[in-house]
Write a protein that binds this ligand. Structure first.
Ligand code: MG
Length: 388
């Protein structure tokens, strides 16, 4: 078995919204397809994946380095020991040849997209949903049901409070019971009014998290912490720069409710440093690293192991990225929950129609792999990439 071709397509995100730091209107995502010479049902088996939301496509990096290295590799450098599928760890080693350590930026997303496409390909070869293959490989007794919250609560021009409440009500009507909203993009007084408006929809403080997207310095982070502490919100996310472990540690000293961070850490070494220096608290704080931004599932597995070795629980891990890949990984690894972006970040964000949402969580459908082919808004891009 070998790779015949690898393709990449930069696709735009449908998201004319902003958080405290960025607007998503210009963001793109790399959709990749790894075409194998295996054939099922008369068609070549193709592994599909993308890197995650909130960054930009990596077409240049992919074509010049990572896709080129995979295509040039001898098949034995990519095949698993049984010879029945591809070995994602071996593939990452091939992709990372001549790459210096550290400086994990966009290359972590590019490698992740390809590594995850191999997981999708393997699951399709095995005829199982990706979560089932992931659970088997990582030795997890997984249940295909994952607690989920609707992430949104963005800033809108004009009637921001009313539109925020309307947005969260729409999510509630879809069946979501927990929510996350943005803070830090308005004055503290305005943000507190927004939180109050959102709490009216959420119904209970442990159903509402807030996300500052790394906006605050330590003083502002503490000021916001003091203002929201009496509310007892579900968590307070990325108060400061994601690499400012001193800020997290200092904030954790005085803020009793859960803090969350990790979506902008792209390597296990970064997570090691968060564990050592960030003051994160076992049994309380939330880790949000995103496998589709951080070299894929192999590196993610090492992050999970590092957390468990330091007395953190899988239930504290809620990967960033409200999409099918994150859902399958959260289920397969038995993590604490996942997020959803109902109605935004299409065609990458959102779940396929065969996913079932109820009061207890979301269940992925039975399609082999990550099920991306079942996502109607993604279908035209997959057709463009795969020539169907
Ligand atoms: Mg966030």
């Amino acid at each position: 078995m070998r790779i015949v071709d690898i393709r990449e397509l930069a696709i735009p995100l449908q998201a004319n919204i902003r958080n405290a730091v960025v607007t998503f209107a210009e963001h793109t995502v790399s959709l990749v397809a790894i075409v194998s010479d295996a054939v099922l049902g008369g068609r070549p088996v193709i592994g599909m994946a993308f890197d995650s939301i909130g960054r930009f496509a990596q077409g240049g990096l992919l074509r010049e380095r990572f896709m080129a290295r995979l295509v040039a590799a001898p098949p034995d450098d990519l095949i698993d020991a049984a010879g029945t599928g591809f070995d994602p760890d071996k593939a990452v080693r091939v992709m990372m040849r001549n790459e210096k350590p550290g400086g994990h930026g966009d290359r972590a997303h590019a490698v992740a997209a390809l590594e995850l496409a191999l997981w999708d390909l393997n699951a399709k070869l095995a005829g199982v949903p990706a979560w089932r293959l992931i659970a088997r490989k990582f030795g997890i007794d997984a249940t295909p049901r994952m607690p989920v919250y609707a992430a949104g609560g963005y800033y809108y021009p004009g009637d921001s409070l009313g539109r925020l409440a309307d947005e969260l009500r729409r999510y509630a009507d879809l069946g979501y019971r927990s929510f996350k909203m943005k803070i830090g993009g308005a004055s503290p007084a305005e943000d507190m009014a927004r939180i109050e408006a959102a709490l009216k929809v959420a119904g209970a403080p442990d159903h509402l998290a807030v996300d500052a997207n790394g906006r605050f310095d330590l003083k502002t982070a503490r000021d916001y912490g003091r203002a929201i502490a009496p509310l007892g919100l579900r968590w307070y996310e990325e108060p400061g720069d994601p690499l400012d472990y001193h800020l997290m540690h200092s904030l954790a000293d005085g803020y009793e409710w859960p803090l969350a961070t990790g979506e902008n850490l792209f390597s296990c070494r970064d997570v090691d440093n968060l564990i050592r220096f960030g003051g994160m608290r076992p049994g309380r704080d939330i880790f949000q690293m995103d496998p589709a931004l951080s070299y894929g599932l192999g590196e993610y597995g090492r992050m999970v192991a590092a957390l468990e070795a330091n007395d953190f629980s899988r239930s504290q891990i809620h990967p960033h990225g409200g999409h099918m890949i994150a859902l399958h990984i959260a289920v397969g690894l038995g993590l604490g929950g996942c997020e959803a972006y109902p109605g935004i970040f299409a065609p990458v964000g959102g779940y396929t129609p065969d996913c079932q949402l109820d009061e207890t969580g979301i269940t992925p459908g039975d399609a082999p792999g990550f099920g991306l082919e079942g996502k109607p808004d993604l279908a035209p891009y997959i057709a463009e990439l795969c020539g169907k």
